[in-house]
Design a protein around this ligand. Structure first.
Ligand SMILES: C[S@@+](CC[C@H](N)C(=O)[O-])C[C@H]1O[C@@H](n2cnc3c(N)ncnc32)[C@H](O)[C@@H]1O
Length: 207
């Protein structure tokens, strides 16, 4: 982690990702989690308030950014007891096969360097009836906007901690061992168009 990623970016990400405009989307997805939950790229734990704690046995959150994990540790002591935070990358999860009932990923598949590998790792660690729930931004359905996303991505990526603007999230998930359901794309209101095309939904692990 360089100086920018360690000290400058974490509070910016915490603010930007914590925008109230995204709260209803987070709630819609995170409230679907059940049982033993794995949260990929948990960051500063902005999803913590949206878990339905009565349907969850525990939440294990993993993220490589220590500064974001520190913010997560400081926040919300009430829910703290159910959340275990671990430093690490999703491409190499330090968990046994078939350990979790649900996996949550929000606004991280854009940043994870090898999202295909990460999704295959999520699949490995989910039980056979396990479900991945996700809310991400990605490539727009407008050809005009797609051109802008492709143009701006090389400048945006280093400034936003490796975030890509042009990933097709449904394709990534469906091509790596999952079957999508209850899914939709939407344009998030009042969010800049380059990052406002959201991919939300759930996906069943295929055998
Ligand atoms: C935009 S932030 C989103 C954080 C959080 N999921 C949220 O919804 O607010 C992207 C996150 O992906 C994490 N990340 C980057 N590379 C990763 C990797 N290889 N494995 C897991 N998480 C990663 C970053 O550290 C950061 O916390």
């Amino acid at each position: 982690m360089n100086f920018y990623e360690k000290y400058i970016l974490p509070p910016i990400l915490n603010r930007a990702c914590g925008l109230s405009l995204l709260k209803n989307h987070r709630e819609d997805i995170v409230s679907r989690a059940k049982g033993a939950v794995l949260e990929i790229g948990i960051g500063s734990s902005l999803n913590r308030d949206f878990y339905k704690l009565d349907q969850i046995t525990g939440i294990t959150g993993i993220d490589p950014n220590e500064s974001l994990l520190k913010i997560a540790q400081r926040s919300n002591p009430k829910k703290k007891s159910k959340i275990t935070l671990i430093g690490g990358i999703s491409e190499q999860l330090p968990f046994l096969d078939q350990q979790f009932d649900s996996a949550i990923v929000t606004f991280s598949l854009c940043t994870i360097p090898n999202p295909e590998k990460a999704i295959r790792e999520i699949k490995r660690t989910l039980k056979s009836n396990g479900v991945l729930h996700f809310c991400e931004h990605g490539i727009s359905d407008s050809p005009h906007l797609q051109k802008w996303q492709q143009l701006i991505e090389p400048i945006w990526k280093p400034l936003a901690g490796g975030c890509h603007l042009t990933r097709d999230i449904f394709d990534l998930i469906a091509s790596n061992g999952f079957e999508l359901f209850d899914h939709q794309t939407i344009h998030a209101e009042h969010v800049p168009k380059l990052v406002g095309h959201l991919y939300k939904g759930s996906a069943r692990k295929l055998s």
